[in-house]
Design a protein. Structure first.
Length: 128
């Protein structure tokens, strides 16, 4: 009998679950979700169109890659909402961020730390 191949370690699966849970508040606001695909890792499903399904499917085997991706999604969404209808809307994320009021920049930076702590990640990418 052939042994089933595993693509994600149990340790990374546990870490990915914490990351996915940390960003859960975003799933209700955005057209995306992250699901545990068992031995295949975690899958980010995005841009649902009935009856075709999801337009974007990304698989993660590494918790830091998942964290960075979800953080970028969160930040980009907030930046685009803030810039919508303004002359800065055509800028890249970095340009929009630089146009934010200083207090808002601090809030956004603090939110990354919030998600990292919620996911059990330290600045040096290790567990808390």
């Amino acid at each position: 009998m052939e042994k089933k191949r595993t693509f994600i370690t149990e340790e990374e699966r546990t870490k990915c679950r914490r990351v996915a849970d940390a960003f859960a508040e975003m799933y209700d606001e955005e057209d995306l979700m992250v699901v545990d695909a068992g031995r295949y890792g975690f899958v980010k499903l995005q841009f649902y169109t009935p009856p075709l399904g999801f337009e974007s499917v990304t698989t993660f085997l590494d918790s830091m890659a998942l964290f960075d991706d979800l953080w970028e999604e969160w930040l980009e969404t907030r930046l685009l909402r803030w810039a919508y209808g303004t002359p800065v809307a055509d800028m890249d994320n970095e340009g929009i961020f630089q146009c934010l009021p200083e207090e808002m920049q601090k809030q956004f930076s603090g939110k990354r730390l919030y998600f990292a702590e919620k996911a059990g990640i330290k600045k040096d990418n290790s567990e808390v």
